[in-house]
Design a protein around this ligand. Structure first.
Ligand SMILES: CC(C)(COP(=O)(O)OP(=O)(O)OC[C@H]1O[C@@H](n2cnc3c(N)ncnc32)[C@H](O)[C@@H]1OP(=O)(O)O)[C@@H](O)C(=O)NCCC(=O)NCCS
Length: 158
C-alpha cells in the first residue's frame, strides 16, 4: 500500500469536484467542468479518488476518475497538481484505480495518453502498462498541431 506522510487518499470524490475541475482546467487544453465530472460520476461503474493534505489550508494534490465496464476498466482522467508532482501521488492514484478495478472483477485496465506526454507514459510503464495500439493524429492542440493517442493496458494477474 502506498502512503505519503501528511496526505490521505479519499474516495468520496463528489465532495471535491470544485477542486478537481479547477485542477483539470489548469492542466488540460479541454477542461472538464464540475458538471462534466458530475455527469461522469453518475454513469454506472464510474469511481474516483483524490489525494488531500492532512494539514490546514487547501491542498488538493490530485485525482483520478475511472470506469469499470464488464471485464475491463478504463482511466478517464488523471491529474496531479504541478506543485505536488514527483512525490508519488500519480502512482498512488493509479494503484488505487487498479486495485479497485481488479477487486470489482476487471481483468485489465486501459487508458489512452497523448504521444509525447513523457511523465504520464513513464508513470504508466513503471506500473507495468504496455502499449497495444495507436490512434494517429487523435489529439488536436490549441495551436492546431496534432498528436497520436497511445493506448496502453495493464493485464491483471487473476
Ligand atoms: C502524469 C502525472 C499524473 C504524474 O504524476 P506524479 O504524481 O508527478 O507522478 P509520480 O510522482 O507518482 O511518479 C511516478 C513515476 O512516474 C514517472 N514520472 C513522473 N513524472 C515524470 C517526469 N516528469 N519525467 C519522467 N518520468 C516521470 C517516474 O517513473 C516516476 O517514478 P520516480 O519518481 O520514482 O522516478 C502528472 O505529471 C500530471 O498530472 N500531468 C499532467 C496531466 C496528465 O498528463 N495526466 C495524464 C493524462 S493520460
Amino acid at each position: 500500500m502506498i502512503e505519503v506522510a501528511g496526505y490521505r487518499l479519499v474516495r468520496d470524490i463528489e465532495t471535491y469536484l470544485d477542486d478537481a475541475s479547477g485542477l483539470h482546467g489548469a492542466i488540460f487544453d479541454r477542461p472538464w467542468s464540475r458538471d462534466d465530472l458530475q455527469d461522469l460520476l453518475v454513469m454506472p461503474g464510474t469511481s474516483g479518488a483524490a489525494i488531500l493534505s492532512e494539514g490546514k489550508g487547501p491542498a488538493f494534490a490530485g485525482f483520478v476518475l475511472y470506469q469499470c465496464v464488464g471485464d475491463f476498466a478504463e482511466i478517464l482522467t488523471l491529474a496531479v497538481a504541478p506543485d505536488h508532482r514527483r512525490r508519488g501521488f500519480g502512482r498512488w492514484l493509479m494503484r488505487e484505480a487498479a486495485e479497485h478495478a481488479a477487486a470489482a472483477g476487471a481483468e485489465k485496465l486501459l487508458l489512452e495518453v497523448q504521444d509525447g506526454n513523457r511523465s504520464a507514459i513513464e508513470l504508466y510503464e513503471s506500473l507495468g502498462m504496455t502499449t497495444f495500439d495507436r490512434r494517429r493524429n487523435y489529439y488536436k492542440s490549441a495551436d492546431g498541431s496534432h498528436a497520436d493517442a497511445i493506448l496502453m493496458q495493464l493485464i491483471f494477474d487473476i
